[in-house]
Design a binder for this molecule. Structure first.
Ligand code: ADP
Length: 475
């Protein structure tokens, strides 16, 4: 239809030019020839060589008939005019060819630019995720998005997995997909409406990519499939590295845990052993006996604490724990924490400072007591005996922030970033204080299970303030 109307338009325009010059404007034949030449060039540039050559032939005949003497006949009296006519025809056809070639090259360049753009945008889309499953799921939609294809199907032979976006035409059965996997050049399907290209990992076929409603050169299709394959390999490699690193980190932590616990077990066990051996020897007076028993009591308390911390950490790590969040007042949480310490030095050193109208929080009182207990123990351990420890709280946007402040040795800024990691203990002088480096990591796990966060502000030599948040209780 378009072709027919273009032919008619071209012929009508030619007729128009010829009749204007023939009837009204009586110019010399050279002007007519140049005008016709110009028209033919325009045609070649706009619609291509076919129209230009066709119109050239008709123009040559019309030129001869209407403008070369004797006018009104197809005969030519002056042999020079034969030459002119021939020159006109050759110039028209040659110029048309040149003009049409430029037009084709421009078109070709545009197609290439679009193909490069598609590859570039696709590579950007595919780099957005490092997870293999997420990546593979997103491949068809990413290709459809960047290329305007009406449908994309990705088949991976490993597990016979199919992923699609849009409509790729009639259903393609598994045996056919397996056959397409082996093709070495892209193959047209569904009467040219779709094209299949094989996906390879190195030289080994790994699947097929079928793209519908998009015409791309074979080279670009190969590049597209190559890009998808490389993206899958890259994500796979990244996942493998992460897995290996996680396994290594796990192994490292297990070793650190064993070291730390063995070291911490040895000291109290040694003291208990010595005390009991002395007690068993007959010559111990009543006063020494009492001291030794107190030491056994204290050291077994340390052992107990150590075992309890290890168990808690393992439970929190494996997410075995079901916390019972209940609306609680800060007073209740503090009372639960301090009750077992009634009359101890810890109890005497703690100053509680709470505003009157503090809202309730949503918390598991037993677990939050462990957090407070750890923070208070640390405050005691890392500050001078008589100095006070302040436990305060304030309402902030959507949370209550609870702080434990001491005026002890403080923590330098490098250590502050790491003390919440498992088994991390700041270098001297706190190293001389017994401990395992588990307390703060347990606190962080518990607080995060409540949906809160924990942080520290500290100045070496001046003290530390540990603050954690808990969500407000609804209503
Ligand atoms: P532990 O107390 O068993 O060493 P934690 O995880 O509770 O383990 O604490 C980790 C490290 O953080 C401690 O070894 C210490 O270096 C530092 N730290 C914790 N609390 C304080 C504090 N209140 N003042 C100074 N340093 C602290």
């Amino acid at each position: 239809m378009v072709i027919l109307s273009r032919w008619s338009a071209a012929m009508a325009a030619l007729g128009g030019i010829v009749s204007i010059y023939h009837r009204w404007l009586h110019v010399n034949p050279t002007t007519v020839a140049l005008t016709l030449l110009l028209f033919i060039l325009l045609l070649a540039a706009k619609w291509g060589l076919r129209y230009a050559v066709g119109v050239s032939l008709v123009a040559t005949v019309s030129y001869n008939y209407f403008f070369l003497p004797p006018v009104g006949t197809f005969t030519i009296s002056d042999p020079q005019n034969w030459l002119a006519l021939f020159a006109f025809l050759v110039t028209a056809v040659t110029a048309s060819r040149l003009s049409a070639r430029i037009r084709e090259e421009e078109h070709e360049a545009q197609v290439r630019r679009r193909e490069v753009e598609i590859l570039f945008h696709l590579s950007r889309e595919l780099l957005q995720t490092d997870k293999v499953t997420e990546l593979i799921n997103s491949v068809p939609s990413s290709i459809a998005l960047v290329s305007d294809a009406s449908g994309v199907l990705l088949y991976l032979s490993d597990g016979d997995r199919l992923y699609r976006a849009g409509d790729v035409g009639p259903r393609i059965e598994l045996p056919m997909l397996q056959e397409l996997m082996l093709i070495s050049v892209p193959r047209k399907l569904d009467e040219g409406r779709a094209v299949a290209v094989s996906l390879r990992a190195g030289v080994k076929p790994r699947g097929v990519l079928i793209v519908a409603g998009l015409s791309l050169s074979d080279g670009t299709l190969d590049a597209l499939a190559g890009l998808v394959s490389i993206a899958i390999d890259r994500a796979q490699a990244l996942e493998d590295v992460t897995r290996v690193e996680a396994a290594k980190e796990n192994e490292r932590l297990r070793n650190v845990m064993l070291d730390s616990i063995t070291h911490e077990l040895r000291t109290p066990l040694g003291s208990i052993k010595t005390a009991i051996t002395t007690l068993l020897s007959s010559d111990v007076n009543a006063e020494d006996r009492q001291k030794l028993l107190l030491s056994v009591d204290e050291e077994s308390g340390r052992l107990n604490h150590l075992v309890a911390q290890s168990v808690e950490m393992t439970q929190l790590d494996s997410r075995e724990i079901q916390m019972q969040f209940v609306p609680s007042t800060m007073e209740q949480l503090i009372a639960t924490t301090l009750a077992p310490h009634d009359g101890t030095t810890l109890h005497q050193r703690v100053r509680v400072d709470l505003p009157k109208d503090l809202p309730k929080v949503l918390a598991d009182p037993a677990w939050i007591a462990k957090v407070l207990q750890n923070l208070l123990d640390n405050a005691c351990k890392f500050s001078a005996a008589a100095t006070p420890i302040t436990l305060s709280a304030e309402a902030r946007e959507g949370v209550v922030a609870i702080s434990v402040a001491d005026s002890g040795i403080g923590i330098d800024s490098q250590d502050q970033a790491m003390i919440f990691d498992k088994f991390y203990r700041a270098q001297s002088p706190s190293q001389r204080v017994p401990g395992t480096g588990m307390g703060l990591s347990i606190c962080r796990a518990i607080v995060e299970s409540h949906g809160g966060s924990i942080s520290v502000v500290s100045q070496p030599g001046r003290g530390s303030v540990f603050t954690f948040t808990l969500p407000l209780s609804p209503a």
